[in-house]
Design a binder for this molecule. Structure first.
Ligand SMILES: [Zn+2]
Ligand SMILES: [Zn+2]
Length: 56
């Protein structure tokens, strides 16, 4: 199994735990959405590649 690289879905930077967060997509529950602190503070939009759910 491949090691999943957690990246911020908005800006693509690798996530550093624990201050960054990742959660399952509220739309489909399949995709892991990662968000860095920066994008979380800015409430940057994200788009699920699986179901097209747009957040926050
Ligand atoms: Zn980010
Ligand atoms: Zn989704």
């Amino acid at each position: 199994m491949a090691n999943p690289v957690k990246k911020c879905i908005s800006c693509g930077v690798p996530l550093t735990e624990p201050q960054d967060t990742s959660f399952s997509c509220p739309g489909c529950g399949k995709t892991k959405i990662g968000r860095c602190t920066h994008c979380r503070i800015q409430s940057a939009n994200y788009l699920c590649t699986e179901c097209g759910f747009e957040g926050p």
